[in-house]
Write a protein that binds this ligand. Structure first.
Ligand SMILES: [Zn+2]
Length: 270
C-alpha cells in the first residue's frame, strides 16, 4: 500500500508533468465506480479549467483548478501515469485528457482507490479532523507532546493515529521509535517533552529520507505507488525479528501491538 512518502513522490511527478497548467479537456471514465461510485457529475465541474497545482494532504492528492479540486486516493494499488495514444492497459479506470495532447491514466487493479470533487478541503469528510502534516512546521515535539497528554495507548499506536499526525505508517513508526530510542509499548502520556522533540525529529527525518530514496530510485513516477521496496533495504529494525540489532547486537524483538507487527531492541529502546 502506498504510504505518505510514495504519495509525495507521485505528487511531485504529477506536478512536474502538469507544470504548464494544461486545460482539463475531458474526464473519461472506463467504469462508473471503484469500491465506491466515482462522482462523475461533480467532477465534470473541472472540465474546461486549467490545472493549477497538485497538492497532497495525508495520502490524498488534490488536483486543483480555480473551480475546485479532484481528490484522488490511491488505495492499495492505484497509479497515475502519462498514457500516450496506444498505451491503454487492463485496469485503467480513468483517463484525464489535457490540452497539448497530454493524457493521464489512473490504473487500479484492486480498485480501493477513491475519487471526489472538493471545494473546501477543511470541510471534506475524508480530510477534516486529520492531524498535522509531519513534514511541516505544524508538527513539532511541542505539538506532539501536547496531543499525547492523557493518552495511555502505546506510543507506537498513538503516532499511527491520523488525528495526532498523518502519514506515519507501520514501518515508519517502528523505524522512528528505534531511531529515537523509545520502546513502542511506552504509554504515550509518559513520553517526556524532551523525548517528544527527538521523536518528532526522527519522524520527519525518516519520511524525508524515504521521499528522497523514492524520488531518486524510481524513474517512472507511476511505479511509485504499490511498491515500497526501495525503502526496504534501509530498514534498521522493521522486519528484523531475532536478527542482531544494528547498534548493539542484541536480538531484535517483535510482537503484535495495536494489531500490527512491531519490532524493537529492548537494549536500545527504553
Ligand atoms: Zn540495540
Amino acid at each position: 500500500m502506498p504510504e505518505l512518502p510514495e504519495v509525495e513522490v507521485v505528487r511531485r511527478g504529477l506536478e512536474k508533468i502538469l507544470k504548464d497548467e494544461p486545460i482539463l479537456e475531458k474526464i473519461e471514465l472506463k467504469r462508473p465506480d471503484l469500491r465506491e461510485p466515482i462522482p462523475a457529475k461533480k467532477l465534470s465541474t473541472l472540465v474546461g479549467e486549467k490545472l493549477l497545482s497538485v497538492e497532497r494532504r495525508a495520502k490524498y492528492l488534490l488536483l486543483w483548478t480555480k473551480k475546485g479540486a479532484m481528490l484522488s486516493h490511491l488505495g492499495m494499488t492505484g497509479t497515475w501515469r502519462v498514457a500516450p495514444p496506444g498505451d491503454e492497459r487492463l485496469h485503467d479506470h480513468i483517463y484525464l485528457h489535457f490540452s497539448g495532447n497530454l493524457r493521464l491514466a489512473y490504473r487500479d487493479p484492486r480498485r480501493f482507490g477513491y475519487f471526489d470533487f472538493v471545494q473546501n478541503p477543511l470541510e471534506h469528510p475524508k480530510l477534516k479532523g486529520l492531524g498535522p502534516e509531519p513534514l511541516t512546521k505544524n508538527f513539532s515535539g511541542k505539538e506532539l507532546w501536547e496531543s499525547l497528554r492523557g493518552k495511555d495507548v502505546a506510543i507506537k499506536v498513538a503516532i499511527m493515529d491520523q488525528k495526532i499526525v498523518v502519514g506515519v505508517g507501520n514501518i515508519y513508526a517502528s523505524e522512528a521509535l528505534f531511531a529515537a530510542g523509545i520502546k513502542p509499548a511506552l504509554p504515550a502520556q509518559k513520553l517526556s517533552r524532551e523525548r517528544a522533540d527527538v521523536l518528532a525529529k526522527e519522524i520527519k527525518k525518516i519520511l524525508s529520507r524515504s521521499i528522497e530514496l523514492g524520488g531518486s530510485s524510481i524513474s517512472d513516477f507511476a511505479q511509485a505507488s504499490g511498491e515500497s521496496g526501495y525503502f526496504q533495504s534501509t530498514f534498521r529494525v522493521y522486519d528484523r525479528a531475532k536478527q542482531p540489532c544494528v547498534t548493539c547486537g542484541q536480538q531484535v524483538k517483535s510482537k503484535v501491538l495495536g494489531g500490527r507487527n512491531t519490532f524493537w531492541c529492548s537494549t536500545c529502546q527504553k
